[in-house]
Design a protein around this ligand. Structure first.
Ligand code: ADP
Length: 306
């Protein structure tokens, strides 16, 4: 196969590993910087130009689109789809997963366990919003935040009200969430490929920190998942319509709750913690899906809902 890897930087661990795994399995892999692509949206003959040349045809495309380039990146991915290149994750699914509210609404609609969550732009009554999530302690999140920045734990209703007021003063969209104390500052990253969790790790925040993000000084270790955690992760991936993703769970008293579904999950932490060749598993999955697709007429059908 000829595989396009949409990534801004070929030196990134995940990008390098995917290229290695593709080549080790007899494929050709080309790293393409989405921001250097420009497109010709012509009836019946879509093309992509890259660094002054028309891109050659590919069999499959692996999107590794960073949060900051979602809009343009998914447009480029859509152009690949219009050219009948099989996407590891479809553009609609990537767009869906990048919108935290849309994702939460979709998962909730399908009955997936989640922390009780309220969201607001400018509520008249902050106390009522807090009451809806069961009062303090509560976690307040900026919708635009990543890597744990903009995630605040408010121990009391008074503190929560001040934080909410401050965020609102900045005209930010926020989410207010039940604090899952029993998770003990840890979360579980489930790496889903197709309909299986192929690797998992537990991330633990440093002493006194409720956020487990590795970027905030958290550490990763191997974890054994329960059947219900596996089932929850696979279900969340399916609802989002993602072939490959990272599903982040918290272990709550009422079972696993999904916090986030990430459509470009990093390989470094998970390969180190699990000792598995996740890049190879992804390439093998892609081979299978491309073969299935070329044998079926449903090439352009959209997976997932909403
Ligand atoms: P980001 O997308 O910025 O990483 P998250 O929503 O994943 O933000 O939150 C960062 C970390 O904070 C999580 O990995 C988790 O450890 C912790 N956390 C987030 N929400 C909750 C919650 N409702 N209860 C307990 N811990 C939480």
């Amino acid at each position: 196969m000829k595989i396009a890897i949409l990534s801004r930087n070929r030196k990134l661990y995940s990008t390098r590993r995917l290229v290695e795994a593709a080549e080790a399995n007899g494929h050709e892999a080309k790293v393409i910087d989405v921001l250097r692509c420009y497109m010709n949206i012509t009836s019946l003959n879509p093309t992509i130009h890259y660094k002054g040349e028309v891109l050659e045809p590919f069999d499959a495309v692996i999107p590794r689109i960073g949060a900051s380039v979602t809009f343009y990146g998914t447009a480029v991915l859509r152009q690949f789809e219009m050219m009948n290149v099989f996407p590891l994750n479809e553009s609609v699914a990537v767009t869906r997963s990048r919108d935290k509210l849309r994702s939460a609404q979709l998962l909730a609609r399908k009955g997936v366990g989640m922390p009780v969550t309220g969201f607001a732009h400018n509520p008249d009554d902050i106390q009522d919003l807090l009451k809806a999530v069961g009062d303090a302690p509560a976690v307040i999140k900026l919708l635009e935040g990543t890597q744990g920045i903009g995630v605040v734990l408010a121990e009391t209703n008074k503190a929560a009200e001040s934080v909410i007021q401050a965020f609102m003063g900045l005209k930010a969209n926020i989410m207010v969430q039940e604090f899952i104390k029993e998770a003990g500052g840890s979360d579980i990253r489930c790496f889903v490929v197709g309909d299986k969790v192929v690797a998992a790790m537990k991330r633990q925040g440093p002493e006194g920190e409720f956020r487990s993000n590795l970027h905030r000084g958290g550490s990763a270790s191997l974890v054994r998942l329960t059947p219900s955690e596996r089932a929850t992760a696979v279900r969340a991936a399916k609802i989002m319509g993602l072939g490959v993703c990272g599903v982040d769970l918290l272990r709550s008293n009422h079972g696993p709750v999904v916090m986030e579904v990430n459509s470009s999950p990093g390989l470094e932490g998970i390969e180190a913690a699990s000792g598995k060749d996740v890049a190879e598993i992804i390439i093998k999955h892609l081979e299978k899906r491309v073969a299935e697709m070329s044998n079926s007429a449903s090439r352009s059908r959209t997976r997932g809902k909403g």
